[in-house]
Ligand binder design. Structure first.
Ligand SMILES: O=C(O)CCC(=O)C(=O)O
Ligand SMILES: [Fe+2]
Length: 218
């Protein structure tokens, strides 16, 4: 895989199943606050409230019959372009962003992202760290993680291959995390340190291959 500017290969987490890249400080603090300002200044109806988090969908609604693609605003497109430069999406450009807001104590149930997206997930995190857990699809209870990844604010995480297709991923609903050597990319210098979560806003950036210009008749 060849990136134009950044060599992503040096960010691969070798202890994890293939393939996960973790790039700390992918965005600056200024970029993080700018993104958060933009995200929180959208009109209220742009948010969808779920029971355990809220979200914004940008780029269109993915659908098995094709997504009616919507142009992304400039403030998002610039990050899609930057991720595109890494070469991880190969010849396609990401065209879809899901923004999730998790308050401390909120999470997301283990799930597959599924076939509607090109098999690469990239995620920019703002506001707080979290821990992303990976499980065998039929074994998702706490304690049976295949592995866990520390995902800090301002980082970029990229998942492909088995980490996308074979294992489900989720975030437990906790207000704090104890760092331990079970977490693959952290934290030999600070074992058993406890970190409080605050509000985390993640931007899940993907490519939806099937798009249509036409309204779908039902
Ligand atoms: O917030 C995250 O990092 C994970 C989000 C996620 O799994 C998803 O949007 O499918
Ligand atoms: Fe996901």
């Amino acid at each position: 895989m060849t990136g134009n500017n950044v060599n992503v290969e040096k960010y691969v987490i070798k202890k994890a199943p293939p393939t996960v890249y973790y790039i700390p400080d992918f965005i600056t603090r200024e970029e993080e606050s700018h993104l958060l300002n933009k995200i929180y200044s959208v009109p209220k109806p742009k948010w969808t409230q779920l029971s355990n988090r809220k979200l914004q969908n940008w780029g269109g609604i993915p659908h098995p019959k094709g997504m009616i693609a919507e142009k992304l605003p400039e403030w998002l497109d610039t990050y899609l372009e930057r991720i595109n430069q890494l070469g991880v999406f190969e010849s396609v450009k990401p065209n879809h962003v899901l923004i999730n807001e998790y308050l401390a104590g909120q999470g997301i149930m283990p799930h597959f992202d599924g076939p509607l997206y090109y098999p690469t997930i990239s995620t920019i995190s703002c506001g707080s760290h979290t821990i992303l857990n990976f499980y065998e699809p039929d074994r998702t209870s706490e304690g049976s993680e295949v592995c866990s990844i520390f995902v800090d604010a301002r980082s970029l995480l990229i998942l492909q291959d088995d980490m996308y297709e074979k294992y489900v991923h989720g975030i437990s609903s906790k207000t704090d995390d104890t760092l331990s050597s079970d977490i693959l990319n952290c934290c030999s210098s600070s074992p058993n340190q406890m970190l409080n979560r605050s509000t985390r806003v993640s931007l899940t950036i993907r490519h939806v291959p099937k798009t249509t210009k036409f309204t779908i008749k039902t």
